[in-house]
Design a protein around this ligand. Sequence first.
Ligand SMILES: C[S@@+](CC[C@H](N)C(=O)[O-])C[C@H]1O[C@@H](n2cnc3c(N)ncnc32)[C@H](O)[C@@H]1O
Length: 258
Amino acid sequence: MRHRIQFPPADVRELCQDEVYFYLNDGKSKEKIRLHDYDRIYSIPGLYEQVVYERLKCQSPKTVADVLRYSVDQSQQRISELRVLDLGAGNGMAGEELKKLGVSRLVGVDIIPEARAAADRDRAGTYDAYYVMDFSNLSYDERDELKSWSLDCLISVAALGFGDIPAQAFLQAFNMLSKEGWVAFNVKETFLDRSDDSGFSQLIRELIFSEYLDVYQLQRYRHRYSIEGEPLYYFALGGKKLGDVPDSLVESLDLSIE
Ligand SMILES: C[S@@+](CC[C@H](N)C(=O)[O-])C[C@H]1O[C@@H](n2cnc3c(N)ncnc32)[C@H](O)[C@@H]1O
């Protein structure tokens, strides 16, 4: 189904990336929806795809999946052996790309039930399991359940920072992988810039140059356009985990800085 979408006029567009909104017009009324109102967006079939992928031309799921493939291809391992955790899986756009790569197992996690419902509705059969969990606050039972999948690959697409998945939650997922597991994710380009002192960018820079991660591929690309039509550049990173990130590294960073 096609939706009638309208972006706000240019003079009110100077918003942070997590405050951006659009209008959905159903012919009778006009609803204002923030791009981060995922529960509302996922509940309307095709809306997320139309806004983010058709209008704003997001290319991150395919790019991050490709970066994972290039990385794994540089090793002796086969992508078909990987047991993947898709963190912040949403309605399954990234999961769909991984499924095409033919991974062995695919487990999705998202904090809101509407994401799982949308993935079941629109991409049935993509995930072997899809859990509604808050990675910032996992219970022992949830942790055990995830560990039972023996995950050896973490992918997170368009979900890190900006009020979505916080640094601590990302580390939980990283440390849950087996040693020599694979990671592939994307971050805004400023996260690699020393002038950005947010907790997340500190963590990403530490990780890239650390003994806990071997970077195989780092690619700058256009993640999507902003609603003003400006290109938003991100880095997609693929690499191999060398060991768990210890608490001491986490304590040396100020992860509270947004
Ligand atoms: C921009 S969407 C990306 C969805 C999907 N990866 C894609 O590429 O289309 C970010 C997702 O992260 C989820 N998220 C935010 N915080 C989370 C948390 N603490 N634990 C798990 N998922 C979270 C949101 O609910 C949302 O579905």
